[in-house]
Design a protein around this ligand. Structure first.
Ligand code: GDD
Length: 408
């Protein structure tokens, strides 16, 4: 049997996701109309003999309660949220709940960072992992040399795929092969984490017996029960025939900013073409006159029949419309996420933007971003209940709340 664990983190980690993380935990933010974590849960569902899925984080329990119970029913696999009282680090958090995770005596633990977007080739990875015979297998991908230093950089044996060297976000270039934050472990991972605790204890005792200076530096160090998977486990175990790699040639992105969430929404929409075409709005959808490219429209959204969902070829299709949104006649939507209860009035244009819950965009208005998903101000974002009057242009703007009026 296999269990899956998704590390969802907590509110302090989501600050770069503002203003969108102000009223919803980042893992529940919709990408292609489904909560971010939903894409990971669906991927886990494809693992043979999956017994349970755990979400581990330090968000309030009530924030996940509704989602967890509805998804358990829908997918008919138990999904449970386990709340840490404080952050323990990516490996510490896992260790904290080892009794729950080992409840069903699983042979393997699949561990996923919540903030990644990927095709999650988990069954294939599991097969490869069994063949390697190590304690863990990491999903890895080649990225550009310039981008690599935002991630864990690693070197793998080209023949055996063994992880030979691992450095977390190095200052000088090591490799363009990076850690995707998707892992398969045997239960021995818990012993490896325990070993880190023991070594720390030994070191602390040694310090106590030596100098006052050493004691001071220990005080500045991380809390003793805070263990990071990358620095504290992967780095020291590289080159010891314990860890192996599985390279994906498919898409992979990390979602730290709202700009990246818009990009990833598009990636999941295009994946739906192969995995769940029924979720995509069809060109002849009765609720809309013209749908071009990959578009998701929630069943409760109202799209005026003459509204045009049109995406120029050079950008690529990417529009997702959430529950109870109302889209007026003659509206143009290109590369955007429209959240719940938004109203977009006649002939407004929204391009490269995320429109927050309950916002309203006036007639003939234009809300637009530049379209560079990696740039800080690359997309325009309206937080909750933003209001843009008729005939107003909002360009290049991130706002917790917008009250844009004519002439501004
Ligand atoms: N429950 C819980 N508790 N989750 C945590 C904690 C914690 O104390 N700390 C981090 N996480 C979760 C985050 O929400 C995220 O999903 C994952 O663990 C990793 O977060 P970080 O440790 O902050 O690392 P990172 O995202 O900057 O980088 C990691 O992921 C990259 C891939 O996205 C590293 O493993 C990189 O090497 C890797 O390239």
């Amino acid at each position: 049997r296999v269990v899956a664990v998704i590390m969802v983190g907590g509110p302090t980690k989501g600050t770069r996701f503002r203003p969108l993380s102000l009223n919803i935990p980042k893992p529940l933010f919709p990408l292609a109309g489904q909560p971010m974590v939903h894409h990971l849960i669906s991927a886990c569902r494809r693992i043979p003999n999956l017994a349970q899925i755990f979400l581990i984080g330090f968000y309030e329990e009530k924030e996940f309660a509704l989602y967890v119970s509805s998804i358990s029913n829908e997918l008919r696999v138990p999904v449970r949220y386990l709340r840490e009282d404080k952050p323990h680090g990516s490996a510490g958090g896992l260790y904290n709940f080892r009794d729950y995770i080992m409840e069903d005596n699983p042979s393997h633990v699949v561990l996923l960072n919540c903030d990644v977007c990927c095709s999650f080739p988990l069954p294939e990875m599991l097969e490869a992992h069994k063949g390697y015979g190590g304690m863990g297998t990491l999903l890895v991908i080649k990225v550009s040399a310039e981008a690599a230093n935002q991630f864990g950089e690693l070197v793998a044996d080209p023949v055996t795929n063994e992880l030979l060297h691992y450095t977390e976000k190095p200052e000088t270039f090591v490799s363009d092969l990076i850690n995707c934050g998707v892992y398969i472990f045997t239960p021995n991972i818990f012993t490896a984490i325990e070993d880190v605790f023991m070594q720390r204890k030994d070191r602390a005792n040694l310090r106590r017996a030596t100098s006052f200076e050493a004691l001071q530096s220990a005080a500045k160090a991380l809390p003793p029960d805070y263990v990071r998977l990358d620095q504290d486990i992967l780095s020291p175990l590289a080159g010891k025939k314990e860890l192996y790699t599985y390279e994906t040639l498919d898409f992979w992105e990390q979602i730290k900013t709202p700009g990246m969430s818009l990009k990833c929404s598009g990636l999941y929409l295009s994946q739906f073409r192969h995995t769940s075409p029924q979720l995509l709005a069809a060109g002849d959808d009765a609720r809309s006159a013209t749908v071009i490219g990959d578009v998701y429209i929630h069943p409760s959204a109202k799209v005026h029949p003459s509204a045009k969902l049109w995406i120029p070829e050079q950008i690529g299709p990417n529009v997702s419309i959430s529950a109870n949104a109302r889209i007026g006649a003659g509206v143009r939507l290109i590369s955007c996420i429209i959240l719940d209860d938004v109203e977009i009035k006649e002939n407004a244009v929204v391009i490269h933007a995320i429109i927050g819950w309950k916002s309203s965009i006036g007639k003939w208005s234009r809300v637009q971003g530049e379209g560079d998903y990696n740039a800080k101000l690359g997309i325009t974002i309206l937080g909750e209940a933003g209001s843009v009057e008729d005939e107003v242009v909002v360009y290049h703007c991130i706002s917790e709340q917008i009250e844009a009026e004519h002439g501004l």
